[in-house]
Design a protein around this ligand. Structure first.
Ligand code: GTP
Ligand code: MG
Length: 424
């Protein structure tokens, strides 16, 4: 096509119509084209067009073809065929990805970045710094304290404060009415645990937009529930899922694909697809764990992630920060990490985050109440639900609701079998 346009431009470059008859005659004489002394302008142009081969030679030199209309049409058609057609494009040849609406979310990601780019004072360099440090949407900027954005992106605090203010203005964030909070809560979806009592205890399953903690002693089923949720999040809505992917952050090396296969097969799912839809990150130390969550912020929409597992949340912190002198430091870091997670829940109402926590005696000694806002500008949609697990008889386990702002306290009994979490 480009060639055809070039040809057209080339021919039009000499506009005979705008030339005077005298100039036309000079032009013809120069090129040894014969014409009658009293020739009409139109005839003279015709003569020149027919006999002037200088331009054609020029074009041939450049190897530019003169295309017939039909050929141009054919080329246009061919070009259209060759253009990548997004609707048929399937990067991983994975049907499950189609089912999970990834393409819609790719557009969302582009839109988010465009929105950040449009903030006053954001040039390419600032935009890159923001994206690299995980602030690729207005929400992620608006909900993060300025000192954190500044520390992580290297952008000065004054600029950061302006960016936050502008993001908040764009999003219309400020005080909200109870009705608006209710609107947000109405969008919350739930993931089944495979156990009716436990689902009921949770108000219908593990809810999105919230941070949920399962804590208890060793072998009480924390990791098993985490595995089960990674499978169940992928289920269609009419089977208790939310058709999303899971991101599994494993700090203890206890993720077992074999268990996923057993659980997927028990639900008549194609285990290969189920495994493909679990994105796995092994965190080797607390810094790495914090970093993985920051990176997660950038892929949640892109990869259609609707569940994040952190198993376990404080293991690394506990082993790395030993001794009294380091306790305050450790708790501060854990608090920050929990707030990173809470912010993700605030930003993505379709995302559930489940973390596990091992305890031996008092569950509360490891960190402060995560619900206590520590300043900043978090708009608290994000709530925290805490479930305490203990062993029952044989395969049975008991889950107790400990701390949920909107759910009654109570207990549920579930089992752990080869098929996964189940009914007693
Ligand atoms: P820690 O990580 O050590 O704190 O424990 P946890 O709470 O994460 O324990 P986990 O979820 O790994 O539960 C382990 C228990 O699950 C085992 O004691 C088994 O009773 C049960 N379990 C795990 N896999 C299977 C299985 O394939 N079949 C059956 N029947 N039970 C299993
Ligand atoms: Mg475990």
């Amino acid at each position: 096509m480009a060639k055809a346009i070039e040809v057209e431009n080339e021919v039009r470059a000499v506009d005979f119509n705008s030339m005077t008859v005298k100039d036309l005659k000079d032009y013809a004489t120069e090129r040894k084209i014969d014409f009658a002394p009293k020739v009409r302008k139109a005839d003279l142009i015709q003569l020149i067009m027919e006999n002037d081969d200088s331009q054609i030679e020029e074009l041939e030199d450049e190897e530019v073809e003169i295309l017939e209309d039909e050929e141009i049409e054919e080329l246009e058609e061919l070009e259209q065929e060759l253009e990548p057609d997004d609707s048929n494009y399937d990067e991983n040849d994975n049907e499950a990805i189609d089912e999970l609406d990834e393409e819609d979310s790719i557009t969302d990601v582009d839109d988010c970045i465009k929105a950040v780019k449009s903030l006053p004072g954001v040039g390419e360099a600032t935009l890159n710094k923001l994206i690299k440090s995980g602030f690729s949407s207005l929400e992620s900027i608006a909900y993060t304290p300025p000192s954190i954005i500044s520390d992580e992106s290297g952008i000065g605090e004054k600029t950061t404060a302006k960016l936050i203010k502008a993001s908040m203005d764009r999003l219309g964030i400020g005080f909200k009415s109870g009705e608006e909070i209710w609107e947000h809560r109405k969008n919350i979806a739930r993931i089944t645990t495979n156990n009716k009592e436990l689902d009921d205890l949770l108000g219908g399953g593990v809810e999105t937009g919230s941070l949920i903690e399962f804590f208890g002693e060793f072998r009480t089923g924390k990791t098993q529930i985490a595995h089960q949720l990674c499978v169940n999040v992928q289920l269609p809505r009419d089977r208790g899922g939310i058709e999303g992917r899971a991101l599994y952050i494993d700090t203890e090396g206890t993720f077992r694909p074999e268990r996923i296969i057993q659980m997927a097969e028990a639900l008549d799912l194609d285990y290969k697809k189920v495994l493909k839809n679990i994105i796995y990150g092994r965190a080797y130390n607390s810094d790495h764990q914090i970093l993985l969550i920051k990176e997660a912020a950038n892929i949640i929409k892109d990869k259609n992630i609707k569940l994040i597992i952190v198993d376990s949340l404080i293991g690394h912190f506990r082993s790395e920060y030993v001794g009294r002198g380091t306790l305050a430091n450790r708790q501060q870091l854990i608090n920050k990490h929990i707030h990173d997670l809470l912010r993700l829940c605030d930003i993505h109402s379709e995302l559930a985050i489940m973390f596990t926590n091992q305890v031996s005696a008092k569950p509360d000694v490891f960190y402060g109440n995560p619900l206590t806002a520590t300043g900043g500008n978090i708009v608290a949609h994000g709530s925290t639900i805490r479930i305490f697990l203990r062993k029952g008889k044989g395969e049975q386990r008991v889950a107790k609701m400990v701390d949920a702002p909107h759910l009654p306290e109570g207990e549920a009994v579930f089992t752990i079998t080869e098929q996964g979490i189940g009914e007693p």
